[in-house]
Design a protein around this ligand. Structure first.
Ligand code: AMP
Length: 442
């Protein structure tokens, strides 16, 4: 089985783009899916987000299409949501950067004018949500005859969202002779049925998420209301724990990583801590990494993206300053501890808006993570207005994700008139002041 990207015999343009993306070796789904896709077979891939499944089909497609040709798309990728369509486009852009291949993404929620103009400039790959694709097709802007490859990504989600009628329409309008790729997080009866209709003698490739943390890792979680309190807790844990030999602090974004790093730099000095995120130059990243690996610094602050593919597993403690939204990252993160040392410790800080992901992680790892009470010495800060708004928005989004009909507080607020909206915002920011004003008026 292949263990490097060179083994797939990708061309130089693709290998360079892979190297730029920082991927050092293929993930299991990539190892399994890339060869049959390159061979022209139909493939059914059972793999969740986070396994590298997008690159598993994007890389061989880019290899097959090679360079821009004609005016019309030769590959169509259908995805359930605008977010996923955009992520797929981003992935394609990463791997086509040394080619002239053209990608257009189509999704609803905005007018189709620019999207249609983009198609008219000439296109090789279309990434689309089902409804918008059919709209643009029916309006006569897509010529499907040259399509050779059709991908249905997150097919299970598309079925759950009721997209089957649109998908059947799409299957009717694309050429019969084509290569089909179907990706789904789960293998259900419905997916099996779809694969009978959609795939011809498919090669089935499957990866089970690496979802069981080592027994040697002790996990605990603190419920922490906001960023400032998270910093206070971090400070407390650093002061109070003497067995921290080597610590990675994982953050969701590079902004947070930078904040945490600055705090630690002030507290401990530059020689104690390094930061690793995608905004840093390649050399800085390599230097940070090496000084952490060689035990010159004890603490590394990192984002998941920057830490991917980096081989450091001998850490004594992992702190998840944020709960990872790609839940599989939790397993990767804490997998870095508990190996070289007899026991590793993984500590997670979770705000209320992150509980949603904690529940998902617990399902994935089939374990409950013990909740520890916040130590009394940790000062609990007020959540600033903006952070509170962001958290409320996040919770709304999670509810909508679970139930597309859910109309959250944010949705309703849009319908308030301007004055009421202003009052509502003020009341939320400073309820007492708003109440005083209200009383005075009366
Ligand atoms: P996906 O499952 O396609 O959503 O990918 C999850 C994440 O893994 C994305 O951030 C990818 O950029 C990243 N990724 C995919 N393949 C690799 C690889 N071979 N090495 C390192 N990171 C990867």
């Amino acid at each position: 089985m292949a263990s490097t990207f060179e083994d797939f015999q990708f061309n130089r343009q693709i290998l360079n783009a892979i190297a730029d993306a920082g991927y050092t070796e293929p993930t299991p789904i990539q190892e399994k899916a890339i060869p049959p896709i390159l061979n022209g077979q139909d493939v059914m891939g059972i793999a969740q987000t986070g396994t590298g499944k997008t690159a598993a089909y994007v890389l061989p497609i880019v290899m097959k299409l090679k360079y821009a040709q004609g005016e019309n798309a030769r590959c169509l990728i259908i995805a359930p949501t605008r977010e996923l369509a955009m992520q797929i486009e981003e992935n394609i852009n990463t791997f086509t950067k040394y080619t002239d291949l053209r990608t257009v993404v189509l999704y609803g929620g905005i007018g189709p004018k620019t999207q249609i103009e983009n198609i008219q400039k000439g296109v090789d790959i279309i990434v689309a949500t089902p409804g918008r694709f059919m709209d643009v097709y029916l309006a006569g802007h897509i010529f499907t005859k040259p399509m050779q490859i059709l991908v249905l990504d997150e097919a299970d989600k598309m079925m759950d969202m009721g997209f089957m009628p649109q998908i059947n329409r799409i299957l009717e309008v694309v050429p019969v002779k084509r290569q089909n790729l179907l990706f789904s997080a789960t293998m259900s009866d419905k997916i099996q049925q779809l694969s009978y209709n959609f795939l011809e003698f498919p090669t089935v490739v499957e990866v089970t998420p690496q979802a069981t943390p080592a027994q040697t890792v002790s996990q605990r979680l603190y419920q922490v209301p906001n960023l400032k309190t998270k910093i206070n807790l971090l400070k407390h844990l650093l002061d109070d724990t003497d067995d921290i030999k080597k610590l990675i602090i994982f953050c969701k974004t590079r902004v947070v990583a930078e904040d945490v790093y600055k705090f630690l730099e002030r507290k401990l000095g530059q020689e104690q801590v390094k930061v690793l995120h995608a905004n840093k130059g390649q050399n800085t990243r390599i230097n940070s990494m090496n000084s952490f690996k060689n035990d010159e610094v004890k603490i590394l602050v990192a984002t998941d993206v920057a830490a991917r593919g980096i081989d450091v597993s001998d850490v004594s403690h992992v702190i998840n300053f944020d709960v990872p939204v790609v839940i599989e990252d939790y397993v990767h993160r804490i997998g870095r501890t508990g190996r070289a040392y007899q026991s590793g410790v993984a500590i997670t800080f979770a705000a209320e808006s992150e509980e949603y992901y904690v529940n998902k992680i617990e399902k994935l790892i089939r374990q409950k993570i013990t909740v520890s009470p916040l130590p009394e010495a940790v000062f609990v800060e007020e959540t600033p207005y903006e952070e509170r708004q962001a958290q409320a928005k996040e919770i709304d989004m999670q509810k909508r994700r679970e139930d597309p009909d859910f109309k959250g507080a944010f949705h309703e607020k849009k319908t308030l008139n301007k004055k009421k909206k202003f009052q509502a915002v003020r009341a939320k920011a400073d309820p007492e002041k708003a109440a005083r004003k209200f009383r005075k008026k009366r």
